[in-house]
Design a protein around this ligand. Structure first.
Ligand code: GDP
Length: 430
């Protein structure tokens, strides 16, 4: 059976924790999109880890971790990451890399930096990991597939050709040092040596695994609102963040995805620029940021402070709908225990009209939040394992949110650890 774990919002919803938890019953975990630009934070028996490229299943002995064809594969980063976990006594995970995955090249990272510099104040807030230049090249059909590392003639010719094009831009647009084809080729030879033992025809492997009834988990990065088509374009990422893309980015039939767990955080946070309707500022935001997540809401990859806001029912309802949600995992609820009252965004006021439908970006920029304040529960809920034992106001908060978004909250996460989870029945379950 294939299941997907994806985000409803701007990312950082706690997908890593939910994937790590669900990976206990999985045989295979697949990353199907994105790159090393964002991270998952995972807390387990080995300690606390920030993963960027590796799937969140790498901490179990029984799982195979796959880098699917949809991923932007940065080979040195992948191997540093493997080292960073094995250095901390995690056994070497079983890893497979799709022969159809494309590679982030050293110049993608440079172009990302140069373009942000060139745009100055009008930049997109890129993490400068080369992701946008990588996906641009992939779709311009000048990217490098892992399989191409194994064809030396093709590689030499292609490296020369690509350097010629890139050097025009470097010289005339960015005024930066030119690429040396020899150096690039030798980088690629190193990449080949590193990755060779792991290269696999992943779609064939997964086809067989599905036939054998294996449990496969597709792990998404970021969330619906960062999807290039359905998100807050252009302040989006460069690959689709939707569960539907899991089929493409892993190489499996779409109808095999039977469960879609959409992760929603009990309040909002976002990184980078772009409209964020329920955003809060000042002391109120600082306090939530400091108390948020597990040790504060700061980017797992960049350390950047995240922008903070109240839970946004409009964005989350939309986020869940586009994912094709079968289950909502409602996370980081424990953090809200310090509040006597909790505002929730229940609608958008756009030019005097109230809507609960998430609009296109131009309208989103004008939206003002319609807030409803719910009573808080003012106590610690970590450690609770049964839904009925949650404080009354806490259950009311969950049920209010569920009613607003219209998708079943079947998991409530009340702490960063694997066991901090409460399962519940929902009237919205099919
Ligand atoms: P992801 O990218 O969606 O996996 O999210 P991140 O890992 O960037 O951010 C989630 C943060 O919240 C991490 O620091 C997690 O350890 C933490 N976390 C996840 N679930 C919970 C929870 O239920 N309660 C608390 N307090 N922290 C959580």
């Amino acid at each position: 059976m294939v299941k997907a774990v994806v985000g409803a919002n701007w990312g950082d919803e706690g997908k890593g924790k939910i994937t790590d938890m669900m990976a206990e019953d999985a045989d295979i975990i697949v990353r199907f999109q994105g790159g090393a630009n964002a991270g998952h934070t995972i807390v387990n028996d080995y300690g606390k880890f920030a993963l960027h490229t590796l799937p969140s299943g790498v901490f179990y002995h029984h799982t195979t971790s796959i880098i699917g064809n949809g991923v932007a594969l940065n080979i040195p980063v992948l191997f540093q990451e493997i080292k960073s976990i094995t250095d901390r006594n995690v056994p070497m995970p079983r890893i497979l890399v799709s022969d159809r995955a494309q590679m982030v090249m050293p110049y993608h990272i440079l172009f990302d930096q140069y373009e942000e510099e060139r745009l100055g104040g009008k930049s997109f807030g890129s993490t400068k990991s080369g992701i946008a230049p990588f996906y641009s090249d992939k779709y311009a059909k000048i990217g490098f597939q892992v399989s191409e590392l194994f064809d030396e003639d093709l590689l030499e010719e292609k490296v020369k050709r690509i350097c010629e094009t890139k050097n025009v831009l470097l010289e005339h647009l960015y005024h930066k040092p030119l690429l040396d084809p020899e150096e690039l080729l030798s980088n690629l030879h190193e990449y080949k040596e590193m990755v060779e033992p792991y290269v696999c025809d992943v779609s064939a492997y997964l086809h067989q695994a599905i036939k054998e009834g294996k449990n496969i988990l597709l792990e998404g990065q970021l969330g619906t609102l960062k999807d290039p088509d359905h998100g807050i374009y252009p302040m989006v990422t460069s690959s689709s963040t939707l569960a539907a893309y899991g089929a493409i980015g892993a190489g499996i039939p779409p109808y095999e995805i039977k469960q879609i767990v959409t992760v929603c955080k009990a309040y909002s946070s976002a990184v980078g620029a772009g409209a964020f309707v329920s955003e809060i500022f000042g002391d109120e935001a600082d306090e939530l940021r400091r108390r948020g997540g597990d040790g504060g809401e700061f980017g797992a990859t960049t350390g950047r402070p995240r922008r903070m806001g109240w839970f946004d029912c409009v964005a989350s309802k939309y986020g869940c709908r586009l994912q094709g949600t079968t289950d909502v995992a409602f996370t980081v609820l424990d953090v809200l225990g310090y509040l006597n009252e909790i505002p929730v965004c229940v609608g958008y006021d756009i030019d005097g009209e109230i809507t609960t439908d998430f609009p296109v970006t131009a309208k989103l920029e004008k939206a003002k939040p319609v807030l409803k304040t719910l009573p808080g529960w003012s106590c610690e809920i970590r450690g609770i394992r049964e839904y009925d034992q949650l404080p009354e106001n806490c259950k009311k908060y969950i049920e209010f949110v569920e009613e607003q978004i219209g998708y079943p909250i079947t998991m409530v996460s009340n702490g960063p650890g694997r066991n901090d989870i409460i399962y519940r029945k929902s009237k919205f379950s099919k």
